[in-house]
Ligand binder design. Structure first.
Ligand SMILES: N[C@@H](CCC(=O)N[C@@H](CS)C(=O)NCC(=O)O)C(=O)O
Length: 213
């Protein structure tokens, strides 16, 4: 398997966590999102992923895209360390938390969105940072409430990491980068700390990637 990744990409970070939790051997190909206008915009990468976004995962001659689809593929093809619960209601809860982050939060704050705000709408840095923090705060408030449930354990769902934690940790990392005040979200902070204690999460962290700057 080959993961196309960039150290600061939170969508790639999700997949790195999943690969590590499941102990799946793989190599990495580094796609710089900034250098030379972004290597993800170049023809070689666009041929792999027409959306020109990371991550992408090559496995057995196929190229998979979309981090959630990739993680579910890994979960279905590698039974050890399941990332989705065995029961339908549990799976729905975990997917809902993952999608709250991956579908309703991250896309609003992606690099191309921030660039559009800057270059097309002439939003200055302060306005872009306000935008960023606004969407994270709105999502984290909802997620913090969802986590006030007997289904929450050491992690987002029960006592083992799931797809939801694979999404949560990179979003918390980004929130810290943009100086979001996390004090209103004590459960999110607690779960992030639980995850940070695990080697699979540590090895996936941006600062521990070979392409980190
Ligand atoms: N929904 C996609 C999002 C992928 C995505 O937006 N990746 C970002 C990095 S986290 C990217 O490649 N951004 C490049 C850009 O915005 O130009 C997924 O989950 O894989």
């Amino acid at each position: 398997m080959k993961l196309y990744t960039y150290y600061r990409s939170s969508a790639a970070y999700r997949v790195r966590i999943a690969l590590n939790l499941k102990n799946i051997p793989h190599e990495s190909a580094f796609v710089h999102l900034v250098k030379a206008g972004g290597e993800h915009k170049q023809a070689a990468y666009a041929a792999l992923n027409p959306q020109q976004l990371v991550p992408a995962l090559e496995d057995k001659g196929r190229v998979l895209t979309q981090s959630l689809a990739i993680i579910e593929y890994l979960d279905e093809t590698h039974a050890d360390t399941p990332l989705l619960p065995a029961d339908a209601a549990g799976r729905a809860r975990v997917r809902a938390m993952a999608q709250l982050i991956a579908c309703d939060t991250h896309p609003l704050n992606n690099l191309r969105v921030l660039r559009y705000l800057q270059n097309t709408l002439a939003a200055d840095e302060a306005a872009r940072n306000d935008w960023y923090r606004h969407w994270v705060q709105e999502s984290f408030a909802a997620l913090e409430t969802l986590l006030q449930s007997a289904d929450t354990g050491r992690f987002c769902h029960g006592d083992s990491p799931s797809l939801a934690d694979c999404c949560l940790v990179p979003q918390v990392y980004n929130a810290r980068r943009f100086h979001v005040d996390l004090s209103p979200y004590p459960t999110i902070v607690r779960i992030d700390a639980e995850c940070a204690a695990l080697p699979a999460f540590q090895a996936a962290a941006p600062e521990n990637q070979p392409d980190a700057e």
